[in-house]
Design a protein. Sequence first.
Length: 276
Amino acid sequence: HAKTKGKRHQYYLPTETDKPFQEVQLENDLRQAIERNEFYLAYQPQFSMKSGKIIGIEALIRWKHPQNGIIPPNDFIPLAEETGLIVQIGNWVLRRACEQIKDWNQRGYPPLHVSVNLSLGQFLDGHLVEMIRQILQETGIAPEHLQLEITESMTADVTYTIETLHQLKQLGVRISMDDFGTGYSSLSYLKNFPLDQLKIDKSFIKDVLKDEKDVAIVKTIIKLSHNLGLEVIAEGVENFQQLALLKENQCDKIQGYLVSPPISAEQIEEKYLQVP
Ligand code: C2E
Ligand code: CA
Ligand code: CA
Ligand code: CA
């Protein structure tokens, strides 16, 4: 056993030497983080423009590193993608998010949907559909209460994407296109993919009050969504002027620091979930 270990080490060393020590350390830590239960989910509320009420939450992963404190997803998701650990981590997120919805259902709170971010590695993994089927079965939540946020990066292989999305739709889950308008893919996917929602990327919302082009883009995405029979949500809403512009143009839902940052499940309960 020791011999094979030694060989493995010899094999890996030359390619790993380029990596900065910190990155190797992070990779090792990431491998252990799942077993050690160091991830948790923050939830950012999503509101209906019409009613002003909370309708759902987006699950956003955080890593409570034992030495380095709380690490945001942008600092470890890319590494998780590179190392393939994203599949395990992503499955954990899906299960945890659905368990949270189940818990609230069982306690009689009004139903919320949960949006879960999928990453490319997870989407390309052959077991995604089966995994989601299993999680829905185990938790017993209504499939339409789970919304998957995909990105344009997943649309490269059109045939595979259409096939996979249709399989997911057959399970009854909802599909939302995240960061809409920031990727490379063509608009033609909008007619071929079974989507339920477009999410206007926060980069278009950010300067919408200063930049006429952003106004045009935002208005066009809202119109486009509605003309295609899709719902549309804006993320990154930080002030009332942005909110007014979105309302004026009939954006269906909003999410952003103006209405709420990502918060804990307990805070969601306290602030938004009162048993009637
Ligand atoms: P995203 O999916 O586009 O998520 C929105 C990000 O914008 C979140 O950052 C959120 O906290 C932040 N945000 C919310 N409201 C505002 C606002 O009003 N203004 C601004 N400037 N930002 C706002 P977070 O939580 O750090 O997540 C960053 C990214 O990490 C996410 O971007 C997503 O791509 C990825 N991510 C997060 N959780 C997961 C996960 O469970 N799985 C995967 N694969 N990726 C995840
Ligand atoms: Ca998202
Ligand atoms: Ca986004
Ligand atoms: Ca993003």
